[in-house]
Design a protein around this ligand. Structure first.
Ligand code: FE
Length: 244
């Protein structure tokens, strides 16, 4: 079966958050869906290794923020490619604390839900949490919700490794791994080609460079030092591919 077949499934994109009584964390999720209207029940699937899973189990509560379509990759990335064990993801995001104590992300969100866990079901690598909706609110009734198709096709984002929709590098279609000795086959002049991070979707544009990392505008990808890392997810140059 072609892996692209899975691309025909549609999803939204959300930030799933929880806390352990002391710390808070969250991550981007595409597997959020309403199960019943009465009582209002929503299910979420999350990887067993995610800190958010641990916190949901511990607290028994979670929140869901519905991301808006015009959110940028820079806002989403820490929620998908960094662990709450390493950074405070809420440091640069507007949020509030719900009545159950869970954090609720408000930035770049059009609505939110606060839920109490009623069913936990383990499925291989993931856990399905089914929660009763205790509260919810529309924040922005005019912006469109972000869909996974828009994230993948327009924002050029990629599912992180713990996502249910993650596709391993070996299975990815239409991408060429950069070989140091390979000649670029694009008609672009050498040095002006863009490269894409296969882990997070970040695109290195030589016209812009990466000034915060000391890479001046006009620096070709090939001329970036080997110890440079993706500013979004932290992988090395070896995980970048030439952008067609
Ligand atoms: Fe990256």
């Amino acid at each position: 079966m072609k892996v692209e077949t899975f691309f025909k499934l549609t999803y939204g994109l959300y930030i799933l958050s929880s806390n352990d009584g002391e710390h808070k964390t969250g991550h981007v999720s595409n597997t959020v869906f309403q199960i019943t209207a009465d009582p209002p029940m929503i299910a979420v699937a999350t990887h067993k290794k995610n800190l958010t899973s641990e916190y949901i189990r511990k607290s028994g509560f979670f929140s869901i923020s519905v991301l808006q379509q015009d959110v940028d990759l820079e806002f989403i990335s820490p929620w998908g490619y960094k662990s709450g064990r390493d950074i405070d993801k809420f440091e640069h995001a507007g949020f509030k604390t719900g009545s159950t104590g869970v954090p609720i992300v408000l930035d770049n969100s059009i609505a939110w839900f606060e839920c109490k866990v009623e069913v936990i079901h383990e499925i291989g690598t993931h856990i399905l949490f089914v929660g009763r909706v205790l509260d919810g609110e529309i924040i922005n009734d005019h912006a469109l919700p972000l869909t996974y198709a828009h994230y993948r096709d327009v924002i050029k984002g990629i599912s992180p490794e713990n996502s249910p929709t993650y596709i391993s590098k070996e299975k990815k279609p239409d991408e060429k791994v950069v070989e140091k000795s390979a000649e670029p086959d694009s008609t672009e002049p050498a040095g002006l080609q863009k490269y894409k991070c296969t882990v997070c979707g970040y695109i290195y544009d030589p016209v812009e460079g990466d000034p915060p990392a000391g890479i001046a505008p006009g620096t070709a990808f090939e001329d970036i030092p080997d110890n440079w890392t993706c500013p979004i997810c932290g992988v090395t140059k070896e995980d970048f591919v030439l952008l067609d």
